[in-house]
Design a protein around this ligand. Sequence first.
Ligand code: 13P
Length: 287
Amino acid sequence: MLVSATEMLKKAKAGHYAVGQFNINNLEWTKSILATAQELNSPVILGVSEGAGKYMTGYKTVAAMVEAMIEEMNITVPVALHLDHGSYEGCYKCIKAGFSSIMFDGSHYPIEENVEKTKELVKVAHAMGLSIEAEVGSIGGEEDGVVGMGECADPNECKAIADLGIDFLAAGIGNIHGKYPDNWQGLSFDTLAAIQEKTGEMPLVLHGGTGIPADMIKKAIDLGVAKINVNTECQLSFAAATREYIEAGKDQQGKGFDPRKLLAPGAAAIKETVKEKMELFGSVGKA
Ligand code: 13P
């Protein structure tokens, strides 16, 4: 059964570790992430961007697939199905489709409008038993065609959004989606510390988990980050393993072209990446 992410993240914040949100794209992704979480006895959050939801033919398909996999694979660790960077309309669609958590990304609205829409969605999400994440200060890089500049959030605005009753808060601290450029300045720990001071118990979310050095991840967790989002890194490891298989000509040997064989190295690579992250985030054994 799917659970909201509230309890797992409260526990993570209190226990000084973080739960990974791993974005899914298809059946292989979902299966690999769920299997790894179960093997490592770790809670997990499956993230679905609006683009990935569309790719998988819609949120209803995604929710049905994830629910069925949890049952068929005998997954007993806590699993949340979470809309990543949701629009106002997307949030309503996911609530209806059976997701257990949503993110409303109102960071591109003026703060007053972000507050107003977040407030409304908090009420609806909580009435339906879902957890809700909100965002202040845009996360840099490009995701699903939305380009952010990686600004640092204003701690006072973070407090204003946190006070609306949301369950966890994504705040820009110089993090960006995708690969980090060579001239990246690193995370702004001063900003993170100021946000943590203003928002207290609120679990904080670090987007753009791909490629952040281990010491920065650990420091971010020390300063209140309880959820870390990873997307690109699983894509890179899947692509590299698949390329290796094809370049070795394995798709042309025997029935190597069978999709169950062709996609197997990529799926195994995702498992390895998820395992590394869960170990780094400290969520192993915390289910
Ligand atoms: P990366 O693709 O950089 O890992 O970021 C994922 C993310 O933050 C999803 O919201």
